[in-house]
Ligand binder design. Structure first.
Ligand SMILES: [Zn+2]
Length: 278
């Protein structure tokens, strides 16, 4: 990592790598640690020695001079079975860099609203792609609000290797397992109780038997395969593109109505641990 400051009035040195950085004194003052240092040591020091590697120091100086901006949101889809946010990847801090930045922010007491919270937004932006890494790291940092949100993107816990999950405290692990179990059971219940012609309503005289058969065989085979991330409505929607439903306006209408009802119900199933407890 590199650092440049065009209007410097002070210097800091990485003792480890003997590298000097030109900095703005005022920028350092957003850190409580530097503020205290300047208060007790006065204005005289020309170069401040810090026991950090040049790389860490550059990262810290960047945080101080150019506090990170939140990722730029491109699109938000609340109607997805798991709500999805797409960020401009160019505006998201890469996941491997974040632990170091959180560590520096903590060590040098950077402002929690402008730095730590924004770093949290970057961390959360990685949750859909890297849910377990985000979840484990957020837990380890006590960032519970982020851990709670990352949970909804986790694969079924049984899919992960022991090495991947052993960092999760047992209580948190148990809550995730309970949440996923609750989700699977609720989805299965909704799926199996969602008839295509509820109480004969909307029933098509020409192919009610074949359409009911198609719907039932689809939901029976899906019911045994449901996992916590299964898009039950999306899977059942495939029936709308199969005969006889596809070519019959009445059957198709009934199928879409049933799929939409399923989608509505499944969206109400708890997705996060805090929803489970409430
Ligand atoms: Zn029909």
């Amino acid at each position: 990592m590199t650092f440049q400051c065009s209007n410097s009035d002070f210097h800091v040195r990485s003792v480890q790598d003997n590298e000097i950085f030109a900095v703005r004194r005022q920028a350092l003052c957003s850190s409580e640690v530097f503020r205290d240092m300047f208060t007790c040591c006065g204005e005289s020091e020309e170069v401040l020695d810090l026991h950090e590697s040049a790389d860490s120091l550059a990262a810290l100086l960047n945080l101080l001079h150019r506090p990170p901006q939140p990722p730029t949101q491109l699109k938000r889809d609340e109607f997805n079975h798991i709500p999805k946010v797409w960020n401009d990847p160019k505006t998201v801090i890469p996941l491997p860099l974040l632990p170091k930045l959180f560590e520096l922010a903590d060590k040098y007491a950077l402002p929690s609203d402008s730095v730590v919270e924004v770093l949290g937004e970057h961390l959360l932006a990685h949750a859909p792609e890297d849910p377990l890494a985000v979840y484990v790291f957020a837990l380890s940092q006590g960032l519970h609000h982020i851990a709670f949100k990352a949970v909804q993107y986790l694969q079924p816990m049984a899919n992960y290797d022991l090495d991947e999950v052993k960092m999760i405290p047992i209580e948190a692990y148990h809550r995730v397992v309970q949440l996923q179990d609750t989700r699977v059971k609720a989805m299965r219940k909704y799926l199996l109780s969602e008839d295509i012609f509820p109480h004969g309503y909307g029933s098509c005289a020409s192919h009610s038997r074949e359409t009911v058969q198609l719907w039932n065989s689809k939901r029976m085979s899906l019911a045994v395969k449901i996992e916590t991330l299964t898009d039950v409505a999306g899977e059942m929607e495939i029936a709308a593109y199969q005969e006889p439903v596809q070519s019959c306006a009445m059957c198709r209408k009934a199928c879409i109505a049933a799929v939409e009802m399923l989608r509505y119900k499944c969206r109400k199933i708890p997705r996060t641990v805090d929803e489970l407890n409430s």
